[in-house]
Structure formats: C-alpha cells, structure tokens
Write a protein that binds this ligand. Structure first.
Ligand code: PLP
Length: 383
C-alpha cells in the first residue's frame, strides 16, 4: 500500500467523534438558513415549521431504540444526559432512597456525577470489571439494597468497546424495583438496542458519535420515571429540560438516527470486516500485541491494543498520517493513565503501551491496509 492510493491523514478515532454524514448535513441546512423559527413559538408558521421538524426528529430517535417519542428529551449531548439521569433521578427519590450503583469503567461524566452525588450525601457502589471488561451480575445483585435507586451501566465502553449484558442487567434491576440507566453514547445506531426488550428505563445518546452534529444528544426516559429537572426555565421538553431547542441540531440527531437504523447491518458488516483484517494483520506482524477486553462481547469498531515494550505516546506521535488515540478524549486531554485499562488488570507499563483504534462508516480497506503496515513498521522501530 503506497501513500498514493490512500487519502492522508487517515482518521481512526471514531470513538472521540465521527465525521458528519453528508446526508445529515443536507437535512440540517434549511434549519441553519431560511427555516430559522423558534420551535417554541406557537403563534405563527415559522414556529410551527420548526416544531414540526423537531417532532419528526424526536420520532426518529425514538424509533431507533424502540421507544415512544414522548419518552425522548433533547439535550446537549451524552454528558448532559448522564448528569440528568443520575442526578435528576437520584434527587427525585431522595430521602426515601439514597443508593446508586455504577461501574469503575464508566465514562468520566458518569463517574464525576457519582462523585458529586457522594459529596451530597448519597451512597455510591462501584462494580468491578473482569479481565474481559464485563461486570459480574451476581456482584451487581448482591450490591442492591432497599435503598438502591438506580443502576448505571454503559452499553458499549468508549475505551475498550466491550458490550455489557444489558438485558440481563435490566432484568435484575426490575426484579429489585431499581431503575436501569445505560450510557449508550457508543452503542446507539451501532448495535441493535430495544429499550423495552432490554428492560432499559433511561438511556443517554450523543449526536456526534453517530455521524451527527456535536452539541446535541438525547435522554430516553421511560414514561412514569420520576426525575427532577436540572435546568429550570421556560418549561420546554415537557418541563424536564428548559431552554430553546436548536431545530438544526435536533434534525441532525434525528436524521443521524434514521440513517444509522437504515444502514446498521451494512455499517456493522463493513466495520467488522475491516476490524478483523486489521487485528489479524497486526497479530501476524507483531506477536507481542494483545487486544484489551472481550474478543466476543465487543463492538468491532473499537480495537484497544497493547504493544508491549512501546510507549503509546511515542507511537502516536510517530504515526503522523494516522489519527489514533490512547483512549477517552477527556482523559487523554488530562494525560492521566487510563482507569479503564487499570480496572481491566493491566499494569502501568501495559497501560502506557496501549492505543485505541476506531473504525467507522467512512473507513476504507486501503486505510486499514496502510495503517496495519504503518503500525507494524513503527512499533518494530520503537522496540
Ligand atoms: C460513553 C460516553 N459517554 C458520554 C460521552 C460524552 O458525550 P458528549 O460528548 O455527547 O457529551 C462520551 C463521549 O466521549 C462517551 O464516549
């Protein structure tokens, strides 16, 4: 593979963000230009037109996850949705109940929300993960008490791509009358999710992980779930999240969801093929490389690999034409070693030798062949 046959630089950081699908941009454009109405203006057609577009988008989000459109609240992204789910539901159940359960490998915004709940007097239990990255369902059940309000377990891990057993978790939660929240930012639109079938009560969604725009997301909240709003104001979003909605962003998220639903099988096959090819080439070329997290219970578009004996920051710096990362965009900004890999049982030198490679809808076979050769050569030079 020569530089001439691939478009450089190659983007392989699809968990940090995804490119905007051009079909999504096309759907959004009118709402950034001539269709500028406020969707909450009820007295004229500019408002009605914007409101109608937001309603369509809400239905597109709901359809992708098997929800009712009245159960979808637009937010600014998964960070806000996670804060809203954890804090809002915990506050609504306090003081009768005061206990929340989550996992050591959750996204920083879930863990930071949990820590701030602890400062406010709530009790939080943190589940371990095993060497595959999965939680233990018996440990989960044993942690539940009559004070437990909520369990928050992410669907697909952003650093290692492992898929948790959502349906079984949901079943245990409901057996004990506990609300089940899942941060599905990395799962929605990529693997089939059905909130009813999987016993999910609350789900966080992000636009920019599914080829939609940044700055928009959603919270699925099962009808009847008590929640205290974090934003007070004009009472938009059924009084649960005040603030004027951006029709362009809502349309972008809705359209990204509809496209992901339509293309899910195609995307999954494409990404699985490329992922398997990259993994087998790297394993053939570098016998010290290993994959982090379960090989079976995973979303194939996320390969977290350890190259023993190599410092990942040097590797990433040397791979000038290929954009990969050490893990979560937030943690990498802080240059902290990955707590997810630590929870998986990796030691410090293994954590420092690990990189995340994200494959997505726009990745090509040439990108993968070029990257595999480039990584093998660069790692060999660094050893
Ligand atoms: C699993 C997970 N949760 C939450 C977030 C935060 O999403 P957003 O950027 O939409 O706030 C991310 C993004 O990095 C993520 O990967």
């Amino acid at each position: 593979m020569t530089e001439k046959t691939v478009n450089l630089p190659i983007y392989l950081d699809y968990q940090a963000t995804t490119p905007l699908d051009e079909r999504v941009l096309k759907a959004m454009m009118p709402f950034l230009t001539e269709k500028f109405g406020n969707p909450h203006s009820v007295e004229h057609r500019f408002g009605w037109e914007a409101e109608a577009a937001v309603d369509v988008a809400r239905k597109q989000v709901a359809d992708l996850i098997g929800a009712d459109e009245k159960e979808v609240i637009f937010t600014s992204g998964a960070t806000e949705s996670n804060n809203m789910a954890i804090k809002g539901i915990a506050f609504a159940n306090y003081p009768q109940k005061n206990h929340v359960i989550t996992v050591k490998s959750e996204h920083e915004c879930v863990l930071a929300s949990a820590r701030s709940m602890e400062k406010m007097g709530f009790v939080v239990s943190y589940l371990d993960i095993d060497k595959d990255g999965l939680i233990n369902l018996d440990q989960l059940e044993a942690m539940m008490t009559d004070k437990t309000i909520l369990v928050s377990v992410m669907a697909v891990n952003n650093e290692i791509g492992v898929i948790q057993e959502l349906k079984a978790i949901g079943r245990i939660c409901h057996k004990h009358g506990v609300i089940f929240h899942t941060d599905a930012a990395q799962a929605v639109g990529k693997i089939p999710l059905d909130v009813r079938e999987m016993h999910i009560d609350v789900m966080s969604i992000s636009g920019h992980k599914i080829y939609g725009p940044k700055g928009v997301g959603a919270l699925y909240l099962k009808k009847g779930t008590g929640i205290i709003p974090l934003f007070d104001g004009g009472g938009q979003e059924m009084g649960l999240r005040s603030g004027t909605l951006s029709p362009a962003l809502c349309v972008g998220l809705g359209s990204a969801c509809a496209i992901s639903q339509m293309d899910m099988d195609k995307d999954f096959k494409h990404i699985s093929t490329l992922s398997a090819a990259l993994l087998s080439k790297i394993r053939e070329g570098l016998n010290s490389a290993f994959l982090n997290g379960s090989e079976d219970m995973r979303y194939p578009g996320n390969l977290n690999l350890t190259f023993r004996g190599v410092k990942s920051d040097l590797l990433i710096a040397d791979l000038k034409d290929v954009a990969i990362s050490t893990g979560s965009a937030c943690s990498s900004a802080k240059h902290k070693p990955s707590y997810v890999l630590a929870a998986l049982g990796l030691d410090k030198s293994e954590i420092e030798a690990s990189v995340r490679i994200g494959i997505g809808r726009m990745t090509t076979e040439d990108d993968i062949n070029y990257t595999a050769d480039y990584i093998i050569k660069t790692v060999q030079n660094l050893l």
